[in-house]
Design a protein around this ligand. Structure first.
Ligand code: FAD
Length: 417
């Protein structure tokens, strides 16, 4: 396999780019693996990579029902941050952000991680107080944050509507180390690096059921036959409950659709990630020039990867309230992805009560930024049968124990997180 470097680029440029090998193999599934990871999204691929890299477990298969990266990892708005304040989330997301900072070098694949800062706008005194509290808690936990005055926001983002009588801008909270990454490069980078360490990536292979012996999960039924496994880890995002239903496991998870939008390409205009504080709207500009943005869930339970028109109107209204110039823009495309919304808005990385079955779910709006951290922690949990220091609080039984991690204080209503 070629090591990507300036020398391999030069060599292949001279050869007319005809000599690049495939980025990963296309193996037939074996009869048995030590670990099967179901789901070839960001989290499944990262889990396989860290199982091999951190724990030396290489007899691993990732089973993907479609193509690698065709799920939410390739459908999101790519915002990466760790601006959380509750124990459980702070240590986990900061660990993930630190992994992002070295990821391109670690994977030998440019994931285009761009630390352009994430700024949350405040539109009232009360919201400024809440951001001051959040920023202080971030700093206490060793996470970078800066409280910005209205003038400081204006200097960084002059395109915002500062004369808006309905939603005046009072200031904002910035995380300078936050930013964006290239979504499909993350999936391909983890895929290539996992394959290099011996992991089998099996596409067009849907898991349709589980093999159980004496209660323990010992394998899976798939559209490409039965495959046995020492352990099975689920990393299927919005499809989690479709699968856990097959083993009689009821989860505190609902599936909802979230839409994303990309505009026609513009010259550089927005050089941060900015979020609207008087509703739910977030925007950044891709390296190709398109504005990438999104808002709320559509608000009803579904497994369909498409959304409806009223939500589009809602997102555009918020966008134009924040940046009036958006009203002159043409929308290029939009799509939906299925979100695994948990009851408290925080994720679950844990063993299940069923022997041999492990769970990675509940990512809500925030699973892309979690990708390296999630894979790192899930691999640890699967390999050692216990959580790592970064996911000790992200357990499934926290709902029964009453130790929920409700960052927004919205209560047990998944669509509100
Ligand atoms: C529109 C949108 C915008 C978002 N924006 C952000 C953002 O800005 N920042 C952020 O941090 N997060 C964001 N997210 C959330 C983030 O994308 C997800 O939380 C994260 O990608 C989920 O993990 P994953 O990558 O492993 O999921 P996926 O890529 O969905 O991977 C799951 C895979 O499992 C496969 N699968 C399902 N069932 C089976 C089966 N039975 N057998 C085999 N394979 C199966 C699917 O085909 C899929 O490929 C957004 C999500 C959406 C939809």
């Amino acid at each position: 396999m070629t090591h990507y470097s300036v020398f391999s680029l030069l060599k292949n440029t001279l050869g007319g780019h005809k000599g690049w090998p495939r980025a990963w193999r296309d193996p037939e599934p074996k009869a048995r693996y030590d670990v099967i990871v179901v789901g070839g999204g960001g989290h499944g691929l990262a889990t396989a990579y860290y199982l091999a890299k951190n724990h030396g477990i290489t007899n691993v298969a990732v089973l993907e029902r479609g193509y690698l990266g065709g799920g939410n990892v390739g459908r999101n708005t790519t915002i990466v941050r760790s601006n959380y304040e509750l124990p459980g989330n702070t240590e986990f997301y900061e660990h993930s952000l630190k992994l992002w900072e070295g990821l391109s070098q670690d994977l030998n694949y440019n994931v285009m991680f761009s630390q352009r800062s994430v700024i949350n706008l405040a539109h009232s005194d009360g919201q400024m107080d809440a951001y001051a509290r959040r920023g202080n808690r971030m700093r206490i936990n060793g996470i970078d944050s800066e409280l910005l005055s209205r003038d400081e926001v204006r200097e960084k983002a002059p395109y915002l509507s500062f004369e808006n009588a309905r939603f005046p801008i009072y200031g904002g909270l910035s995380q300078p180390r936050g930013g964006t990454a290239r979504h499909d490069a993350v999936a391909w980078g983890f895929a290539r690096a996992a394959d290099l360490r011996g992991v089998d990536l099996i596409q067009n292979c849907e898991v349709t059921g589980f093999i159980r012996e004496g209660g323990r999960v010992t394998g899976v039924e798939t559209t490409r036959g039965t495959i046995m496994a020492g352990k099975v880890g689920l990393a299927v995002a919005g499809s989690t409950t479709e699968l856990t239903r097959k083993v009689g496991l009821d989860l505190p998870i609902e599936s909802h659709v979230l839409q994303a939008f990309v505009s026609e390409g513009l010259k550089p205009m927005i050089d941060q990630v900015i979020t609207f504080g008087a509703g739910h709207f977030y925007i950044s500009q891709s390296d190709k020039g398109g504005l990438v943005f999104g808002g709320d869930l559509d608000g009803y339970n579904t497994y369909a990867q498409r959304g409806n028109l009223p939500l589009i109107e809602d997102v555009m209204t918020e966008g134009v309230a924040m940046i009036p110039a958006l009203s002159r823009l043409r929308l290029l495309r939009h799509w939906g992805g299925i979100m695994d919304m948990s009851m408290d808005g925080s994720p679950i990385i844990d063993k299940t009560p069923i022997d041999g079955l492990y769970l990675n779910t509940g990512w809500c709006y925030g699973g892309f930024k979690a990708t390296p951290g999630s894979g790192w922690c899930f691999a640890h949990t699967i390999a050692r049968d216990e959580p790592s220091p970064y996911n000790t609080r992200l357990r499934l039984d926290r709902f029964a124990r009453g130790h929920t991690i409700d960052e927004k204080g919205s209560g047990p209503v998944p669509k509100k997180h």
